[in-house]
Write a protein that binds this ligand. Structure first.
Ligand code: PLP
Length: 440
């Protein structure tokens, strides 16, 4: 990390951006609204580092919000994209890499069929339409603070950027966005994550009307929340009521293991959604699972879903290279977890010697440090009272020392295979001073 501290070029770009783009960004949380200050405009990324337009170099803990598990500019991924580039960028017809990536995804995950789309939002939206088409039922169930992309019916008690950007602050009431008709939101029933009794009751009363239960198998979008075994058991019981169980693995897929959270936690979802890592840094999403359900998708079945750029050859090449690299080096997962555990312990130690209350949740290479004085954070409701002002001071103190943390209290940070002792030591050194600045 090399920090001049100058942000004048980022400031200039941000004011130009604000004149032509709402809020100056193409995805809300990038605007630094909940931490203040100017968002850094990034010109290049390499390994575990980001470099901004003013020449500041940061240790990156955002990893493009998940995709960059191998680190930035990984040679195998770069070469795969370059190889695809020389043969044309889009065909609008089936091409070999789509088959190869679908075969690899089914092999790694046990899903029987997979359909590629262009984002995680499209994946969850399409999986829910499919579940409705398959069951002939209207309602869906999601959980408070879980985020499944920005389709209308999913912007209800949603997490991620909505937790800190919403008017009125935390816990925005349903629907969580203007422009979502109450009639759409009314088809979404909301449960509390890690509350198995409430889910059992909801399904007992309304199960016959529910097409799908969608959930984050490890939550990243309310900060990291880890499911209890009892909650996972209740999730699986919904299948007895003919409800399609959808694990949204857009964040956790290929991150928590080669078979995502499903592999790590022994889940048996009917359908899964993927995004982020599956595209290796290019725009890809996917949904897949049981053949009898997936065969309802057009043109095989009656549920329509299409995409001009779906299965794009560059995107497939990046996804294939990334998944093949992970498959060839499964030791990466142990390495990521070891780094994350040491980071968690180091942060707890530094916070406690500075007298800052901190609860750290982490699993695999996902971690959130909640600025809250409580023994455990397991639900959105427990996470919500975190001290976002203290977090913002800490975030700025870290950034000024060359550590680029996720710019919101309620996000997971991501470790990549390019993070090593060098970055860990520098991060913990910065954290020791940053925690002291939180209280001063
Ligand atoms: C990021 C994310 C999405 C949305 O994916 P996009 O590619 O941003 O549309 C959906 N679900 C989960 C769990 C996510 O983390």
């Amino acid at each position: 990390m090399t920090i001049s501290g100058s942000t004048s070029q980022s400031e200039a770009l941000f004011s130009r951006a604000k004149a032509v783009t709402p809020g100056g960004v193409n995805s809300p949380v990038r605007a630094f609204k909940s931490v203040g200050g100017v968002p850094r405009f990034i010109v290049s990324a390499q390994g575990a580092y980001l470099t901004d337009v003013d020449g500041n170099r940061y240790v990156d803990y955002v990893g493009s919000w998940g995709p960059m598990i191998l680190g930035h500019d990984h040679p195998a991924v770069r070469e795969a994209i370059a190889g695809a580039l020389s043969t044309g960028t889009s065909f609008g017809a089936p091409s070999p890499r789509e088959v190869e990536l679908a075969e690899l995804v089914t092999q790694l995950t046990g899903a029987e069929r997979v359909r590629f789309v262009n984002s995680g939002t499209e994946a969850t939206m399409s999986a829910l339409r499919l579940a409705r088409g398959f069951t002939g039922r209207k309602f869906i169930v999601k959980f408070r603070g879980n985020y499944h992309g920005h389709a209308d019916g999913l912007l209800v008690e949603a997490g991620s950027g909505l937790m800190t950007n919403a008017e009125g602050g935390l816990g925005a009431a349903a629907p969580s966005s203007a422009g979502v008709p109450e009639e759409y939101a009314a088809l979404t029933l909301v449960g509390e994550y890690n509350d198995p009794a409430a889910l059992d009751q909801l399904i007992a009363e309304r199960g016959h009307e529910v097409a799908a239960v969608i959930f984050e198998p490890v939550v990243g979008n309310a900060g990291v929340l880890i499911p209890t075994p009892e909650f996972l058991a209740a999730l699986h019981r919904v299948k007895e009521a003919g409800v399609v169980l959808i694990a949204d693995e857009v964040m956790t897929g290929f991150r928590l293991s080669l078979n995502g959270a499903t592999g790590l936690l022994g889940l048996k979802p009917d359908l899964r959604c993927w995004g982020k890592i599956i595209g290796g840094g290019l725009p890809v999403g996917a949904y897949g699972g049981r053949a009898d359900i997936m065969d309802f998708v057009s043109p095989q079945g009656p549920v329509y879903q299409a995409g001009t750029l779906s299965g794009n050859p560059l995107a497939m090449a990046a996804g294939l290279a990334t998944l093949r690299e992970l498959q060839a080096n499964p030791g990466i997962y142990t390495q990521l977890e070891a780094y994350t555990t040491r980071l968690a312990n180091g942060l707890k130690g530094a916070a406690s010697s500075a007298g800052v209350p901190l609860t750290v949740n982490h699993v695999g290479s996902m971690l959130t440090a909640f600025f809250i004085d409580t023994p455990a954070v397991r639900t959105y409701t427990q996470a919500a009272p975190s001290d976002t002002k203290a977090f913002a001071r800490w975030f700025q103190a870290m950034l000024s020392r060359g550590v680029y943390w996720a710019p919101s209290q309620f996000e997971s940070i991501f470790i990549s295979a390019a993070h090593s002792d060098t970055q860990l030591n520098a991060t913990l050194e910065a954290a020791q001073t940053a925690f002291k600045e939180v209280n001063s």
